[in-house]
Write a protein that binds this ligand. Sequence first.
Ligand code: PD2
Ligand code: ZN
Length: 284
Amino acid sequence: MSKINVSAEAKQWIVNRMLAGASGDQVIAELAAAGWQRKAASDALAVVVAENAKARVAAASNGKLTEGVPEPDTEKMPLSLDAGDRQVKVLVELKAPRVVVFGDLLSAEECAALIAAAQPRMARSETVNRQTGEYQVDAARTSRGMFFQRGESELHMRIENRIAKLLNWPAENGEGLQVLHYQPGAEYEPHYDYFDPADPGTPALTRRGGQRVASLIIYLNTPQNGGATTFPDVGLSVLPQQGNAVFFSYAQPHPSTQTLHGGAPVSMGEKWIATKWLRQRVFA
Ligand code: PD2
Ligand code: ZN
């Protein structure tokens, strides 16, 4: 992705418009009307949204605000981060979209234990019906999966607390881990993980914990070939390696976050992942 230079004035103008209640689409339209290229306007908005998210996390940790998004502390470009009971490697870092690739988040034993616990409970994966907010089988998602309860075993608690420390986000705001299994040829077409505010089913889905604000996809095995997590807006592919994970956040439920992402087809072997979705508030 080309480097994005946004002047301080332009950033402040975008912040002011958003504080005044303008949507991302409106901001982009207004910048376009002022002569900006739409792509440049969208990139500038993404930069402001990412920076603003960071400021809100800092404020939240001072107890001033309860809003923000999960954010690993990569400011000083550390090679690894203290996640409580484990040092987790930082392999790749991107500002817009906000993406961080972690190495060694889970041990091989932890990956195997999650797969073993999930295996007897696997069923065909479902997606959310955007009209009703109910889950249903979908041809766009040819994997099998299951949801664990949060904290359902010592292993789950250990992993959830590690993620909470790594991402500076309360464990209580996380959904239970979801495990997915892809056979050769199976894929997950590009989508956003947030619930679209325009969908009639969204209020039902955000009643517990509010919106999703970030995702962490953990690779539980290493497929022989294929199965990358892709971000088509920026041409990024994260290759699945056992124990590694890709994190991305979206401060607004909006495409300007550039968090469109998919699971590319597994061409050889199989793929197991665990996904952790993080909510705005306690997911009870
Ligand atoms: O398996 C993946 O790489 C993948 C891709 C896109 C998983 C998800 N989304 C997800 O679990 O939301
Ligand atoms: Zn997804």
